[in-house]
Design a protein around this ligand. Structure first.
Ligand code: NAP
Length: 284
């Protein structure tokens, strides 16, 4: 069923957010994109005058979010779909990376997204209608050395999305956590924060990972325009998924991770079961 109300996309200046907004606009929807610079706001509204609306927002400015959503509901009408897309990747060995970078990573990828959800929920709940798509990452299921803070933030958003879905399902609100693989956006380029190296013990492990990611930036397998089509299909679905992977890299890596988890849990099953209280354990 095609969405008629307003679609709100955070981080609509580039990459996946921009591609999704463009595709939704091309299929006749009205889209509000949040951006951080006036020039980006003007460029966004030029995409489809009268249908593309922009607001300036840094999602870490959480005090600005409720008033912005209230103003949008008043001036542009009901927000039917929220796409929590704004986010960035921190890259750095955990021991080398300041705690401040972990805070910043969570402020944007987790606190910003949750503040957006909390701002739209009262309106959606009142109407018993709404869609929330949280752009997480395959890094919300799998990990690799050097992106502990990023994966932590995306694991958090996966968990929050799943619990939230169970809270709002009976209120007419669908939640989907969308976990993309590697997509050809600014993510590993201008948007990434890279903590400088200084502990030589990690050189052999991490330097090749950093070099590979830098070299692959702009040549990732995922096509943002195709992700945009997939996202709109979810928005229009009567029964959207709770978890959606995007890209065959994400599918392969996450399936491998789940198989390894099953194998490890089976190997250690006797120890896991050994901790049940004898008094309450079911009779054999
Ligand atoms: P991108 O091209 O760098 O786009 C990121 C968008 O987020 C930009 O519009 C950026 O705005 C915005 N943003 C960043 N920090 C913000 C903040 N504090 N407040 C408001 N907006 C902010 O990268 P992308 O790949 O499209 O990223 C979109 C989402 O997909 C992110 O959540 C990312 O983690 C996720 N993701 C990407 C990939 C991938 O391979 N590309 C894979 C998995 C998940 P500015 O232009 O102002 O910087």
């Amino acid at each position: 069923m095609a969405t008629e109300g307003l679609i709100l996309v955070t981080g609509a200046s580039s990459g996946l957010g921009r591609a999704f907004a463009q595709h939704a606009l091309a299929s006749g929807r009205r889209v509000l994109g949040t951006v951080r610079r006036q020039a980006d706001a003007e460029a966004f509204e030029r995409l489809a005058p009268g249908h593309a609306h922009a607001r300036l927002l840094d999602v870490t400015d959480t005090a600005a979010i409720d008033p912005m959503v209230a103003e949008v509901e008043r001036s542009l009408g009901p927000v039917e779909v929220l796409v929590n897309n704004a986010g960035y990747g921190h890259e750095g060995i955990l021991e080398e990376s300041p705690l401040e970078e972990l805070r910043r990573q969570f402020e944007v990828n987790v606190f910003g997204a949750v503040a957006m959800i909390k701002a739209v929920l009262p309106h959606m709940r009142c109407r018993r209608r709404g869609r929330i798509l949280n752009i997480t990452s395959m890094g919300g299921f799998i990990t690799m050395p050097g992106i502990a803070y990023y994966c932590g933030s995306k694991f958090a958003l996966e968990g929050i999305s799943e619990a939230l879905a169970s809270e709002v399902r009976d209120l007419g609100i669908h939640v989907t956590a969308v976990a993309p693989g590697s997509f050809r956006t600014d993510w590993a380029g201008r948007s990434m924060t890279r903590t400088p190296r200084h502990i030589s013990d990690y050189d052999g492990l991490f330097d090749p990972v950093r070099q590979r990611r830098q070299a692959a930036s702009g040549r990732q397998p995922g096509d943002p325009a195709r992700a945009a089509r997939a996202l709109l299909e979810v928005v229009d679905s009567d029964a959207p998924p709770l978890h959606l992977l995007l890209g065959s890299d994400a599918l392969g890596l996450v399936r491998d991770k789940l198989a390894r988890l099953q194998q490890e849990w089976s190997q250690w099953e006797p120890l896991a079961r050994s901790t049940d209280s004898q008094a309450t354990a079911p009779a054999a």
